[in-house]
Write a protein that binds this ligand. Structure first.
Ligand SMILES: *Cc1c(COP(=O)(O)O)cnc(C)c1O
Length: 405
């Protein structure tokens, strides 16, 4: 594939390696193992002296095609696909840290990532310090001589706080540590962390890359030295490998990723403006709104604010649940990135297991709702939310954008 092709072209053409049948669409290789011409070839393949597939826990042509296409879109030297986003994060931690090492991580990470770093990794001797995502000085202060990995996510979910990737990359590199960015919310279409100085980019492909709620998958991208040299040997041994079927679904997902995400982003921004004008809403969170305190940073490192909008209604949990339960179309589910719009009450679902104090510190209030905007017509999404909002008390204070105007 010519490297000078535009990303749109790479999204539909990269990674194609036709079989002897000259199929037009990408083939799906549902096979656990591969056969050899003779004993010598088997020995050479197992010894990695001859390129080629051996066993699908190691490599598989459909998985390789997905890896090549995602690497082309990210402009990354190497990509390793995994069975889920969490598997990608586990491989990242296991390949970059060992017992006695230290990690500095954002306090706004995906719930299972926070759980892994705070409750599971300490059993293996890896400690993590969590810092305010937006506070560059806090990142610097948390670094120790044992810090090997710095881990962030931006924008965060559900409050859409922005981490300054270039600044945190510099802090990590001064300490001889690597920076990994979970880029799930943006995808390579909206944000390219490697170009901002990150060493590794992580995806839950389950979200926007699939985009149609079908399969789980994940990926890590970065240098050949880390991804091929350190992560691949680990993965082929411990086995969090992506299945060929899921790789095929995700490969097709990449073909329409830009069109989907741009349409979803455009609707999300319009929805955010509409929500700001609703009297029952006290605050709207979206990186492209004037009221977002890091709007300029977001505009610098992202091509668009994204397709997630969060907002706070007056009346706490009762009111928030009323809005959720009054919807007829939006899916009540914690998933995001789907072409079907979803609505979540973070305080009682994704953030339900942390203490009320920790929740309050994190800014996850009882009136907070998160909408992942899909591809339905914007007017239908608005009407679905308006039904529940209509019954709520009007806010006594003007919404955030009016306040700052
Ligand atoms: C969903 C998600 C993950 C975990 O991905 P799975 O595919 O569910 O394992 C990790 N990070 C972020 C930001 C996510 O949204």
């Amino acid at each position: 594939m010519r490297p000078d092709f535009h990303p749109d072209t790479l999204a539909v053409r990269a990674g194609v390696n036709r079989s002897q049948f000259q199929e037009h669409a990408e083939a799906m290789y549902l096979t656990s193992s591969f056969v050899f011409k003779n004993a010598a070839q088997a020995a050479a393949r197992f010894a990695e002296q001859e390129p080629g597939d051996t066993y699908s826990r190691f490599t598989n042509p459909t998985v390789t095609a997905f890896q090549e296409r995602l690497a082309a879109l990210e402009n990354a030297p190497a990509c390793l696909a995994t069975s889920s986003g969490m598997a990608a994060i586990l491989c990242t931690v296991m390949a970059t840290a060992q017992a006695g090492d230290h990690i500095v991580a954002s306090n706004g990470l995906f719930g299972a990532t926070t759980q892994m770093l705070s409750n599971i990794m300490p059993r293996f001797g890896i400690r993590t310090t969590f810092v305010d995502t937006t506070d560059v000085d806090a990142w610097r202060a948390a670094i120790t001589p044992q810090t090997k990995l710095v881990f962030t996510e931006t924008p965060t979910n559900p409050l859409l706080q922005i981490c300054d990737i270039a600044a945190v990359a510099e802090i990590a590199h001064q300490a001889g540590a690597l920076l990994a960015v979970d880029n799930c919310m943006c995808t390579p279409i909206l944000q390219r962390p490697l170009e901002l100085g990150a060493d590794l980019v992580i995806y839950s492909a389950t979200k926007y890359i699939d985009g149609q709620g079908r399969v789980l998958g994940g990926a890590v991208l970065g240098s050949k030295e880390i991804v091929v040299g350190k992560m691949y040997p680990l993965m082929r041994t411990i086995g969090p490998t992506l299945s060929a079927f899921n790789a095929w679904v995700l490969l097709k997902g990449l073909e329409t990723l830009r069109l989907r995400i741009e349409a979803q982003c455009a609707s999300a921004l319009q929805l955010a403006h509409w929500l700001e004008a609703q009297p029952q809403i006290t605050r709207v969170f979206h990186p492209s709104l004037d009221s977002h305190p890091q709007r300029e940073l977001a505009a610098r490192q992202q091509r668009h604010g994204g397709a997630i909008v969060s907002f706070e209604v007056t009346g706490g949990r009762t009111a928030a649940w009323h809005v959720v339960d009054s919807t007829e179309m939006l899916s009540i589910t914690a998933n995001l990135g789907d072409v079907k719009s979803t609505i979540t009450h973070p305080a009682s679902t994704t953030h339900g297991r942390i203490t009320p104090e920790a929740r309050a510190r994190a800014g996850i209030t009882e009136g907070l709702l998160r909408v992942s905007v899909g591809l339905e017509h914007l007017e239908d999404i608005q009407a679905d939310l308006a039904r529940g909002l209509a019954a709520l008390a009007h806010s006594t204070q003007p919404s955030a954008s009016l306040r700052s105007a």
